[in-house]
Design a protein around this ligand. Structure first.
Ligand SMILES: NC(=O)c1ccc[n+]([C@@H]2O[C@H](COP(=O)([O-])OP(=O)(O)OC[C@H]3O[C@@H](n4cnc5c(N)ncnc54)[C@H](O)[C@@H]3O)[C@@H](O)[C@H]2O)c1
Length: 321
């Protein structure tokens, strides 16, 4: 029987997010090898054992607890390592703690001779994606942050609840920082071609205030979930599988991810969430939406916050990220 081509995914950080992603990936028929790495090797080993015990029920896959040398033959390395958000802590508060962890991890991945696509999910994800790009020396197209992928998924789900339609028929994006300054692009939000702003204007069942309420629920979703269960991981785990699929299947899928801007949206030298075409090589191109003046101003505010946070990392470390 013809063997499937070897496709390897390495997950660095097997906490809630990393192990949920690994679990979802193990049933997704996207990769033939899955390597788990954690600062605590016993945690990675335990996760590998538990996942392997599901192999009788799943498509064939080799899963093991490995080390950074395994990144040499990896198609994708997904970093979910780091400290998690504490109740009441903003994502930017996490920065100093996680930037130090990333310098170490990225240097080890590169030293192994990694040639694939690096995906970052740890928060603050936009700044850590920038740090990873700088530290790794990889082309920006091959360093992707999960950005507002999750926020956009939440937005589509909550718009689906508000309008009572399937989220797959909702086209709407949240862009900007994955965090407090993110913004909804109402001017390009539609349901099967019908602008949602027009629906809110014309149909008495809906309203502008209702739409604003939907976005506030999206923006604050992580806080609400963390207050209740301490962490969020199912939706981001599935979002990372979706991103993995877009890369490994060379889909040219448009996903809202964190990527390096070089003049697009009037900004440069910053990682931030925008819609982009994703394929086997990483980011093929950025989709530049024609924003309204109000949306552009909100996006600029988000860029400003991220610029400041990113600069703080580089000042703190005397320019060596
Ligand atoms: N991007 C998103 O949309 C999104 C969504 C949810 C969570 N997150 C973020 O994902 C990150 C992980 O969250 P979590 O809930 O899985 O946290 P967690 O504490 O459960 O897991 C973190 C793991 O990283 C490991 N780790 C720490 N330092 C390491 C190092 N130097 N090398 C290797 N492994 C190391 C820890 O041992 C732990 O297993 C957090 O930053 C969180 O805010 C992002």
């Amino acid at each position: 029987m013809k063997q499937p081509k070897k496709t390897r995914v390495v997950v660095v950080g097997t906490g809630f997010v990393g192990s949920t992603y690994a679990f979802a990936l193990s049933g997704a028929r996207l990769a033939t090898e899955l390597v788990l790495i954690d600062r605590d090797p016993r945690k990675a080993e335990g996760e590998a054992m538990d996942l392997n015990h599901a192999m009788a029920f799943l498509p064939p896959m080799r899963i093991w607890a490995g080390d950074y040398d395994d990144c040499r033959e990896a198609d994708i390395v997904v970093i979910t390592a780091g400290a998690a958000q504490k109740p009441g802590e903003t994502r930017l508060d996490l920065l100093a703690r996680n930037a130090a962890i990333f310098r170490d991890i990225c240097s080890r991945i590169v030293a192994a001779g990694f040639q694939g696509v690096l995906v970052v999910a740890t928060n603050p994800v936009d700044v850590l994606s920038y740090v990873s790009w700088k530290c790794s020396g990889l082309p920006a197209s091959r360093v992707i942050g999960s950005g507002t992928l999750l926020d956009t998924a939440r937005f589509r789900f909550l718009l689906d609840e508000y309008f009572g339609v399937d989220p797959r028929n909702v086209h709407a994006n949240v862009i900007g920082e994955h965090g407090d300054t993110e913004l909804p692009v109402w001017s390009h939000a539609d349901i099967a071609g019908q602008p949602v702003e027009l629906m809110a204007e014309r149909d008495p069942r809906y309203s502008r205030e209702g739409l604003e309420g939907v976005f506030l629920d999206v923006r604050d979703a992580a806080y609400r979930i963390i207050e209740r269960k301490g962490a969020t991981y199912y939706a981001i785990g599935m979002g990372l599988v979706r991103l993995t699929q877009a890369i490994l299947r060379n889909e040219n899928a448009i996903l809202t991810v964190s990527t390096l801007l070089a003049g697009e949206y009037g900004a440069d030298d910053i990682y931030i969430g925008v819609p982009a075409v994703v394929n086997r090589d990483g980011i093929r191109e950025i989709m530049e939406l024609d924003l309204t003046a109000e949306e552009s101003a909100a996006f600029r505010r988000s860029v400003g916050v991220l610029k400041e946070a990113t600069a703080s990392v580089f000042v703190e470390t005397a320019d060596t990220p």
